[in-house]
Design a protein around this ligand. Structure first.
Ligand SMILES: *[C@@H]1O[C@H](CO)[C@@H](O)[C@H](O)[C@H]1NC(C)=O
Length: 286
């Protein structure tokens, strides 16, 4: 199942946070988090550096590992970063003026971009620099904001950090109606008293002691509500979101198995049909 269409696409704004000291999803735990989200998004753990399609969803062409779009500005960010490595002379260059124009105006037009997908597919398959640029862009746009939010919360478990990354990818990393930061805020605000547990990690939320896993379970409940009743349905592929509650159920399953830290171990989750599946540390750059 190809569901890249439903990435939340927002015009790219300057990174919201400066510091990046937490850095807990790295190496194996990062690769596992990305592969889990890959299963939810694409049905498998392959990398889609060469994916490119006009989905007719008002965002122009959607392409690459994080569904970068020509009509929202994030694809232009990726291509500009690639130009830095090629000295500005590569197969995208003839399309620069058009790409910049559509990024700026938020246009979903594909006029003048007739070669865009064939170039994206070719370079996505063959040029490791282009692949690395996509990885860096995804990390900057989606992983880093999730990790910054995790650091502010004081999260200690990979499973919580993986969940914030997965939410960042699907809901977007910002504080708009269904965005990651809004979900975190609603979760925080739901704790009016201490909520003690036995996970071994206690967060300080608005002066209350809250067990990290109790916090995470509440976050999943709130995310499920947003998936079933998006506050901004325009932005999320209509009622498609309600069908993606499997990704919340899958994380709940991993919590029930107490798979809090991922390290070098394989993690068992539920696939999109609700069947247990194992995600291992990958040696492919993710
Ligand atoms: C959630 O709570 C933590 C800890 O009190 C705080 O640092 C963080 O800013 C809050 N997050 C949001 C998005 O409100």
């Amino acid at each position: 199942m190809k569901v890249l269409a439903y990435f939340v696409k927002l015009a790219l704004v300057a990174p919201l946070f400066a510091g990046f000291t937490h850095g807990k999803l790295e190496g194996c735990s990062k690769s596992i988090a990305i592969d889990i989200t890959g299963i939810y998004e694409n049905g498998d753990t392959k990398t889609y550096f060469h994916y490119c399609e006009d989905l007719g969803d008002g965002r122009g062409y959607t392409a690459g590992i994080a569904g970068f779009c020509t009509g929202t500005g994030d694809a232009w960010e990726v291509i500009q970063a690639y130009h830095k490595l090629t000295g500005g002379k590569d197969d995208f260059t003839p399309m620069d003026a058009t790409l910049a124009k559509y990024a700026k105006s938020g246009s979903d037009s594909t006029k003048g971009l007739e070669k865009y997908c064939s170039v994206f597919e070719k370079l996505g398959k063959s040029d490791t620099r282009f692949q690395q640029v996509q990885i860096n862009s995804r990390d900057k746009m989606y992983l880093k904001p999730a990790q910054d939010a995790a650091a502010k919360l004081g999260l200690k478990f990979h499973i919580s950090e993986g969940q914030l990354f997965d939410t960042s990818i699907q809901h977007g990393p910002y504080d708009d109606k269904d965005g990651l930061l809004t979900l975190i805020k609603e979760t925080n605000n739901s704790f009016k008293a201490n909520a003690l547990g036995d996970s071994g990690s206690t967060l300080n939320i608005n002066g209350k002691n809250v067990d990290e896993i109790i916090w995470l379970k509440k976050f999943l409940d709130i995310r499920e509500e947003h998936l079933k009743h998006p506050k901004n349905p325009d932005n999320q592929g209509g009622n498609y979101w309600a069908q993606t509650v499997y990704r919340v159920k899958s994380y709940r399953y991993a919590i029930d198995q107490k798979q809090y830290n991922w390290g070098n171990t394989a993690v068992k989750i539920l696939d999109n049909d609700g069947k247990p599946t194992t995600v291992k540390c990958s040696n492919v750059p993710k």
